[in-house]
Design a protein around this ligand. Structure first.
Ligand code: FES
Ligand code: FES
Length: 152
């Protein structure tokens, strides 16, 4: 069944009809060309599809688009301000935390969720916050270090 929903995506209010079986991942990629939202496992295991929903990092492959009605969605495309990378994006670049890059938007989403809590985190807490994301390239160490740099 089709349903009309309204959500804010990267600061812009969007109203559209979605099938009640469509995932938020499908809607963000196929209707809005937000390709930072990666399709990896499609079953909530890899974290590649994470987006911020009302400030919380959530895997969009297992989140129905209809649940996003009335919510604020942010993807990595919305992080840049006036042509400048966000503090966390810049930290990932500076620390060389990116290899193939496929997993990185998901990590940035969870790292940004932490950053917006505006407090300090132990290394253990950072590792736990990022633990829902799989990376096949980096060995994770540089991603953890980049996140800690972005949190300073
Ligand atoms: S694609 Fe969503 S968790 Fe893997
Ligand atoms: S940088 Fe390649 S999967 Fe993480």
């Amino acid at each position: 069944m089709l349903r009309k929903i309204t959500m804010t995506i990267n600061g812009e209010k969007r109203t559209l009809e979605v099938d009640d079986r469509e995932s938020l991942l499908e809607v963000l990629r196929e209707r809005f060309s937000l390709f930072s939202v990666k399709q990896g496992c499609s079953v909530g295991e890899c974290g590649a599809c994470a987006v911020l929903i009302d400030g919380l990092s959530i895997n969009s492959c297992i989140y129905l688009a209809v649940w996003a009605d009335g919510r604020e969605i942010r993807t990595v495309e919305g992080f840049e301000q006036d042509g400048k990378l966000s503090v966390m994006q810049q930290a990932f670049v500076d620390e060389g935390a990116v290899q193939c890059g496929f997993c990185i938007p998901g990590f940035l989403i969870s790292a940004t969720e932490l950053m917006e809590k505006k407090r300090s985190f132990s290394r253990e807490e950072v590792r736990r916050a990022l633990s829902g994301h799989l990376c096949r390239c980096t060995g994770y160490q540089k991603i953890v270090e980049a996140t800690e740099k972005g949190l300073k």
